[in-house]
Design a protein around this ligand. Structure first.
Ligand code: URA
Ligand code: SF4
Length: 199
């Protein structure tokens, strides 16, 4: 499994299938555990990710890790994190449809490799790119979607939480924490059903 993950990362890191290959510093493939039953999919790398070659390592990523830990999940052990797009769009502009389409085979390979039972989609771009759903996040977040034998959970993007930092009950931070607790509870149920110890 780890070998397959390394082979995928190696192949992806020299991809030139879209114009972003000309402006990126590093291809940003994934971080976390490729054996996890939880996968998180974000939008695209930002400046820090493009420098370090790892997803969600800038401000949004630090907030994401904080939320995961508060929800009882270990960011390195319990999940695999990637983005719909593996290379940074210049100036962090929105990914273009053609770029997302060109990058889709990499994401498909990642989903096949990890074979997660639960997938969190972070923000509207990931939700549209992966499940082709375009309804407002406020109505979809926190609700399970069953598709292709997996359970999908849309969540607010951590960058949105940075722009809306209130931690009041009912605010986006509190809602996302409760969504992630729901995700963890679902994973624990799955583990209990398969006889594996609870995390
Ligand atoms: N935002 C994303 O969607 N992905 C990252 O990796 C970083 C910021
Ligand atoms: Fe390849 Fe995806 Fe990077 Fe485009 S964004 S060059 S398709 S890895």
């Amino acid at each position: 499994m780890e070998l397959a993950a390394a082979a995928l990362a190696h192949a992806c890191s020299s991809c030139t299938a879209c114009e972003l290959s000309g402006s990126r510093n590093r291809v940003v493939v994934s971080r976390g555990a490729s054996t996890a039953s939880l996968m998180l999919i974000g939008e695209a790398p930002g400046a820090t990710e493009d420098q370090q070659g790892r997803p969600f390592v800038g401000r949004a990523g630090r907030l994401l890790d904080q939320l995961l830990i508060e929800a009882g999940l270990d960011p390195e052990r319990d999940l695999y994190v990637c983005n719909a797009l593996k290379c940074r769009p210049p100036g962090n502009r929105k990914p273009k449809r053609g770029e997302l389409e060109a990058c889709r085979p990499w994401l498909e390979q990642q989903i096949t490799l990890v074979n997660p039972s639960v997938v969190c989609l972070l923000g509207a771009t990931a939700l549209a790119a992966v499940l082709d759903l375009r309804d407002p996040m406020s109505g979809l977040r926190g609700r399970w979607i069953e598709r292709d034998g997996r359970r999908w959970m849309p969540l607010f993007h951590p960058s949105y939480l940075l722009r809306n930092p209130s931690r009041d009950p009912g605010g986006p931070f509190a809602l996302t924490l409760s969504d992630l607790r729901q995700v963890r509870a679902r994973l624990c149920q799955g583990d209990a059903a398969s006889g594996a110890p609870l995390p």
